[in-house]
Design a protein around this ligand. Structure first.
Ligand code: MD6
Ligand code: FE
Length: 217
């Protein structure tokens, strides 16, 4: 029997509401993955992945780079967005059209029309890499949502509340899933548990996450 993905009885991947204004669009990016891979390869060639240091002096386990007008950086002086890659002294690579369109379409599907990101943080998780609970709050335009694309190995995502101590919910994010959060959920705490080892055709033993935001109001 061949699996006909267009058949009326094909398994539907359901959008999953996390909280008001926050949703996971299951498999939303899967069809574009090969174009994304080519474009991300070019971004990483121009601005290689690196492990940033937190203001407290800890090396982050997630490797990062950026594309778009502004890139997220962290060092002993703090967290901020910068137009120039501190490693090269050059502007971050431009946001590829494939990424811009994906982010805009995902935001629209989640109810946020005309999302025009000026920053795309590219996160690379190797086995064991994790991101503790945090808020995305270094952006000036908090009216715009965060669009977060998962590629490669699956991860366990933590969806918390408005304060760090709130109980968080765990959910799996797979290759192609896109989480969008904005409006009343824009400052929700979230994080990623330590990545389990594995192998995925998209990125081998890695998970790649793209976090799009609008920094300039
Ligand atoms: C994720 N990432 O990897 C979610 N936020 O699914 C984030 O929330 C995130 O990786 C700020 C900085 C880096 C990140
Ligand atoms: Fe985040």
């Amino acid at each position: 029997m061949t699996l006909d993905l267009f058949a009326a009885d094909a398994p539907e991947l359901e959008d999953e509401v996390l909280s008001p204004g926050a949703v996971v669009l299951r498999g939303f990016a899967t069809a574009q993955a090969s174009a994304l891979k080519d474009d991300l390869g070019r971004v990483a060639a121009a601005a290689p992945f690196r492990h940033l240091v937190t203001p407290g002096g800890l090396r982050m386990s997630v490797a990062m780079t950026n594309c778009g007008e502004l890139g997220w950086v962290s060092d002993r002086r703090g967290y901020r967005y910068e137009p120039v890659d501190p490693d090269s002294g050059l502007r971050w690579p431009a946001l590829p059209d494939s990424l811009r369109v994906l982010a805009r379409d995902a935001a629209a599907r989640a109810g946020y029309e005309d999302f025009l990101p000026d920053a795309c943080l590219v996160n690379r998780y190797a086995p064991g890499a994790r991101l503790s609970l945090h808020q995305d709050r270094d952006e000036l335009d908090l009216r715009a949502p965060i669009v977060s694309v998962s590629l490669g190995l699956p991860a366990t995502f933590l969806w918390g509340g408005e304060v760090r101590a709130d109980k968080s919910r765990k959910l799996a994010l797979h290759h192609g899933d896109v989480a969008v959060w904005g409006g009343p959920s824009r400052l929700r705490f979230h994080g990623v548990l330590a990545l389990k080892d594995g192998e995925h055709p998209f990125a081998g033993r890695h998970r790649i996450n793209l976090t799009f935001s609008k920094v300039r109001a």
